[in-house]
Design a protein around this ligand. Structure first.
Ligand code: RIB
Length: 313
């Protein structure tokens, strides 16, 4: 590795309100849940923390509200050593929140109330330009205004910075504005919503990725949950298998994948190896409850990677 990767996330920060329950109420019904967890989340923030835990220097560009959650969010970034120069408080706005419901099998359902995330504008990318010009990779997701994402993609392209777009959650977007990205990384649901192609099998994932390449993307990675990932470019596609783990909560696994992948790629790992590593990093995050607090430290990840490699011999 030549030097420490420098990653910027232009994206969201939320407070996650996670309820674990065996069943969920119908309209008009009240049920008792099993347990509750309050934590720092938001797809952008989660990706930033994953990248930081994997060893990158990280710059966060985000907006939070003028409430307790906003102040705590900034402190949380700082406690990890993330550069918060461009995490700003919007007076009178609420910090993004995400009520999350987790089923016994670890599957989750999320409602995001974007709050201050919706106030992150193209001008905020310009204000952070001096810092952004110095990073290896810019990561973007869909919990901030699309105009800001399009602007950041153009910025990355203009400055020769690797750009990863994670279209989560899926929204109707102008794909032509995103094809300047180096990597387009949706999950099965997002890929299906964007292309109209079903993604129930690895074969269908291949067809869906081909449809995305047809739309102009250069490299596509489809994350397939318990089925691993699929990487596709003009040369073809390759399935990168999953790792078996005891899953308790899948929330944030996609973010763990993106943040860690950005670091492995910036360190110079071969693409398929970087994706395999990100598969394991994401899988390990599902073995613990919560989003950021479930992400492993780099040393723990490496120990597990080595252990599994030895077992496979
Ligand atoms: O991807 C998981 C994240 O989605 C949660 O942290 C929640 O805040 C929503 O943004």
């Amino acid at each position: 590795m030549a030097s420490t990767p420098r990653i910027a996330v232009v994206g969201s920060a939320n407070t996650d309100l996670i309820t674990f329950s065996d069943a969920f109420p119908r309209a008009g019904e009240t049920l008792f849940g099993k347990s509750f967890d309050l934590g720092f989340g938001g797809k952008g923030a989660n990706q930033a923390i994953a990248a930081r835990l994997c060893g990158a220097e990280v710059v966060m560009v985000a907006k939070v509200g003028s409430d307790l959650f906003g102040e705590a969010t900034i402190k949380n970034f700082a406690s990890f050593g993330i550069d918060t120069t461009h995490v700003q408080v919007v007076q009178g706005a609420s910090t993004g929140v995400a009520p999350i419901f987790v089923e016994p099998n670890g599957q989750n359902r999320i409602i995001v109330v974007k709050g201050a995330n919706d106030r992150l504008l193209p001008a905020d990318v310009d204000a952070a330009a001096a810092l952004l010009r110095g990073v290896d990779t810019i990561i973007l997701q869909f919990e901030i205004p699309l105009a800001t994402i399009y602007h950041a993609v153009r910025f990355a392209r203009a400055h020769g910075i690797r750009c990863i777009v994670n279209p989560a959650p899926a929204l109707p977007a102008n794909l032509a504005e995103l094809t300047g990205a180096d990597y387009f990384i949706p999950n099965e649901t997002e890929a299906e919503l964007i292309t109209g192609h079903p993604v129930h099998t690895v074969e269908e994932a291949g067809a869906c990725a081909a449809a995305l390449l047809q739309k102009g993307f250069r490299r596509v990675v489809l994350t397939l949950g318990a089925r691993g990932s699929l990487v596709a470019d003009a040369a073809g596609s390759v399935h990168v298998p999953p790792f078996a783990v005891a899953t308790v909560d899948t929330t944030g696994a996609g973010d763990a994948f993106i943040g860690s992948l950005a670091v492995f790629l910036a360190e110079g790992a071969q693409e398929k190896d970087a994706v395999a590593r990100a598969n394991l990093y994401a899988a390990l995050s599902t073995t613990r409850v919560g989003t950021q607090k479930s992400f492993p430290k780099r040393a723990d990840f490496e120990a597990e990677w080595t252990r599994r490699a030895q077992q496979a011999r």
